[in-house]
Design a binder for this molecule. Structure first.
Ligand code: Z5A
Ligand code: MG
Length: 214
């Protein structure tokens, strides 16, 4: 059997309030407890110079052209791309809380052309597994309602959901690993479903790191 030469890149995507950050944290803890080297990255990464511009936009403290903010979200991923690749090559599992799929779904929902939205993310490190946390809007609403940031309104979320479904269908058609998780269940049950999809990947990635849509 081929010797694993790198670790797995796992992306957690999903609708608002679906529990992405909660589950990313639980998975991080589980892998850490199992002595598996792991790093959790969140997009947008609001700590970088680009991330600070994104943060200001999301809080409605600044205005930007739709295309400009789209490109900033993408640039925020590219500034971490080589870090992700280095981690994977050195045996550290990477968990990303949101990734390029959020970028496309949120910008295309505003009316930007779908293919244009996808273009700048082509070539990023490709996930070995994308877990899409799916939740009914009513259940999400019951988790405290939408917050104060831009996009946290129900009609935005409905449009985003349809776009995520389109992205998921395309990913499955091209053979990428896109797994839907019922995020309406309790936290522990969701965590178990996620673990069921992640566990087979740990220590078993022996193909070169892929490039998204390349
Ligand atoms: N955006 C974009 O436009 N383009 C891009 O390229 C990217 C992002 C990457 C900010 O993202 C915005 O950026 C986002 C998309 C856009 N806009 N919107 N909307 P963010 O990731 O910073 O947003 P967030 O606020 O961290 O994530 P979130 O989607 O709102 O939440 P979540 O991470 O999915 O859920 P959570 O924080 O884990 O849980 C929410 C609450 O539910 C919390 O009280 C939990 O305790 C509770 N919870 C979690 N799981 C459960 C279960 N199973 N049962 C009951 N309660 C639960
Ligand atoms: Mg979150």
């Amino acid at each position: 059997m081929a010797k694993p030469n790198r670790s797995a890149f796992i992306v957690i995507e999903g609708l608002d309030r679906s529990g992405k950050s909660t589950q990313a944290q639980i998975l991080h803890e589980r892998l850490t407890n199992a002595k598996t080297p792991v790093e959790l990255i969140k997009f947008p990464d609001r700590t970088t110079a680009i991330g600070k511009m994104i943060d200001s936009y999301l809080r409605s403290e600044s205005e930007l052209d739709d295309r400009a903010i789209h490109l900033l979200f993408t640039a925020n991923r590219w500034e971490l791309a080589s870090h992700i690749t280095t981690l994977l090559a050195s045996g550290t599992t990477v968990i990303a809380d949101r990734y390029a799929f959020s970028g496309i779904a949120f910008s295309a929902r505003k009316g930007l052309p779908y293919e244009w939205c996808r273009g700048p993310d082509v070539g990023l490190p490709a996930p070995d597994l994308t877990l899409f946390l799916n939740i009914e809007p009513a259940v999400a609403r019951a988790r405290g309602g939408y917050g104060e940031e831009r996009y946290e309104r129900e009609e935005v979320q409905r449009g985003v959901r349809e776009l995520f479904e389109k992205i998921g269908r395309e990913m499955q058609t091209e053979g990428s690993s896109w797994v839907q998780v019922d995020a309406g269940k309790g936290k522990d049950e969701v965590a178990e479903d996620i673990w069921g999809a992640v566990e087979p990947l740990i220590g078993s990635c022996d193909s070169p790191i892929g490039r998204l849509w390349d």
